[in-house]
Design a protein around this ligand. Structure first.
Ligand code: SF4
Length: 217
């Protein structure tokens, strides 16, 4: 993939002018594996801003498994509302905290295989915790933006985030793995948005095959 380096470097440069998603700002401030894990669970099927506000309400005070376990499920629900599936998530968060205390000495596991054993933790969450919680470079968290944009660019042709993770690991130089998620999430929120992307002001349009793009601005 001969243009991949140029594209990533152009996006990194351009990203300085993009709006910062609130949730990333939050993750930047609180970098513990535990807060990353809980924030990521809150983020599933939830808008970034809602996730960030709920994360702050819950985690600014209750930032350890022990502290969260002192709360009732109803109290957690109240703190995280209106994240999607807040009732299920409240129960799940309590269960995860209990398992972390009983089986992992109150620590968030630092291996991918142990992380996905936790109920409610899938590949994306485990990859995010390994990358942004434990600061490991061998993982590539793929969310909707990271799946959609490389397909639009024509880098890959995949149907699911899991396939995208596998395909990107083969073509994306490893030095970009750590920054890839944040860079593409921000690009996907600011320019290459899901519906009608801003192709007219996109700095990488000369490298883009615009696969599947029917309408743009
Ligand atoms: S040209 Fe359009 S479709 Fe391609 S990356 Fe830019 S915004 Fe996305």
């Amino acid at each position: 993939m001969k243009n991949i380096n140029i594209i990533i470097e152009l996006l990194k440069k351009e990203s300085k002018s993009w709006k910062y998603p609130f949730v990333s700002g939050w993750q930047r401030v609180v970098k513990s594996p535990f807060t990353t894990l809980i924030s990521c669970i809150l983020s599933l099927r939830t808008k970034d801003e809602t996730t960030a506000k709920a994360s702050i309400r819950l985690l600014k005070e209750y930032n350890s498994p022990e502290k969260i376990l002192k709360l009732s499920t109803k109290q957690i629900e109240k703190l995280i509302y209106p994240v999607g599936f807040y009732r299920t998530k409240a129960k799940r968060i309590k269960e995860i905290c209990r398992v972390l205390i009983e089986e992992y000495n109150s620590k968030v596991p630092d291996t991918f295989d142990e992380l996905i054993k936790l109920k409610g933790v899938g590949r994306k969450t485990a990859n995010i915790v390994m990358t942004y919680g434990h600061f490991k470079n061998d993982y590539l968290p793929i969310d909707v933006h990271c799946h959609r944009i490389p397909n639009r660019l024509g880098w890959i042709s995949t149907k699911t985030p899991e396939q995208t993770e596998e395909a990107l690991k083969k073509i994306l130089p490893k030095r970009y793995w750590y920054d890839f998620n944040e860079l593409f999430v921000r690009f996907g929120q600011n320019i290459c948005v899901p519906v009608s992307p801003f192709c007219s002001k996109c700095h990488i349009r000369m490298y883009c095959r615009r696969v599947g793009v029917k309408k743009s601005r």
